[in-house]
Design a protein. Structure first.
Length: 136
């Protein structure tokens, strides 16, 4: 890390990630989990010529059915959470050079859950909440 980055970090703590060009070509994958169980997945794609996947920048989302290896990668992240399984989680990943999925973010606090791509989200969430209430 260069001196400017060290000085900046001392004043403004930040996490830096390298830019992966696969985001611009392949997009980003989000896996949604309710009470530790897979709910649905989507692929977020940037607008042509851009790298940002958010809709305010022209990005789009589409529901996807992940293969076993991709789902196992996302589930491994959820399984590694070192505290009680959260009620909901969104695991954002990007495809690496070796075609494996790489973790970009584990969103455990107020993630957007993409209900448009997961029509069963409402019932799954209600069941998970009821289960937690019953177990208290």
């Amino acid at each position: 890390m260069g001196q400017i980055q060290r000085d900046w970090h001392m004043l403004h703590p930040a996490m830096l990630q390298p830019f992966l060009p696969q985001i611009a070509s392949d997009g980003e994958f989000s896996f949604l989990f309710i009470d530790g169980q897979f709910s649905h997945a989507l692929r977020k794609l940037p607008a042509k010529g851009d790298y940002r996947v958010q809709s305010i920048y022209g990005g789009t989302e589409e529901a996807v059915s992940p293969d076993g290896a991709d789902l196992a990668s996302a589930q491994a992240v959820v399984d590694a959470i070192p505290f009680e399984i959260p009620l909901y989680a969104r695991i954002d990943m990007v495809r690496g050079d070796g075609n494996d999925l790489l973790l970009m973010e584990a969103e455990l606090i107020e993630p957007y859950l993409y209900p448009e791509q997961g029509p069963e989200l409402g019932p799954r969430m209600a069941d998970a909440i009821a289960k937690r209430i019953e177990n208290k």
